[in-house]
Design a protein around this ligand. Structure first.
Ligand SMILES: [Mg+2]
Length: 178
């Protein structure tokens, strides 16, 4: 994620007024996408690949804990941090949220400065994690994928061929005097 690009946040909240309020609080520093129920949240997460998801617990179709579990079960979405933003203030609810894979748990009423600060912190952490993950997969000198990436890709493609019964082609190129 380039530094100059505004981070994107997906807000999942069924209350229209609170949803508009959250969007207003974050609009100056984030691109905010919104969903009012669990099903549209999951669809929008795939479509927008946000940097952070703010997730209400009480939703009309399913609860936020279940939405979080489904996000974490999807390898494409699992790395997006989920921050619960809810009126449920009991410790048990907070434990449920964190065990479902949430990175943080904020209770309503929403304090704008606290929300902005927490969102900023979690986005910074995600950016650092993304940078480290990228560095671990690329060769520092040339910027091409390294051996670790090759091993992962080979395993993934090997499994794909095993599933589909097709063949796998590998080209090996030796670069002399590199
Ligand atoms: Mg709600």
């Amino acid at each position: 994620m380039p530094k100059d690009k505004k981070p994107s946040v997906l807000t999942v909240e069924d209350d229209d007024a609170i949803r508009a309020f959250i969007s207003g609080v974050l609009a100056s520093e984030c691109d905010v996408h919104s969903a009012a129920d669990g099903a549209s949240a999951l669809a929008l997460a795939v479509d927008k690949m946000p940097d952070l998801i703010l997730l209400d617990v009480g939703l009309p179709d399913t609860d936020g804990f279940e939405v979080c579990r489904r996000l974490k079960a999807n390898p494409v979405l699992a790395d997006i941090p989920v921050l619960f933003l809810t009126g449920r203030t009991s410790s048990m609810d907070e434990v449920d949220g964190l065990e479902a894979g949430g990175i943080d748990y904020i209770t309503k009423p929403i304090h704008p400065a606290i929300l902005r600060a927490r969102v900023r912190n979690h986005i910074e952490l995600k950016r650092s994690r993304d940078t480290l993950a990228r560095m671990a997969r690329l060769d520092g000198l040339t910027g091409v994928a390294n051996r670790r990436t090759f091993d992962d890709m080979l395993l993934r493609e090997w499994r794909r061929q095993a599933r589909t019964g097709k063949t796998l082609g590998v080209i090996m190129i030796d670069v002399d005097h590199f």
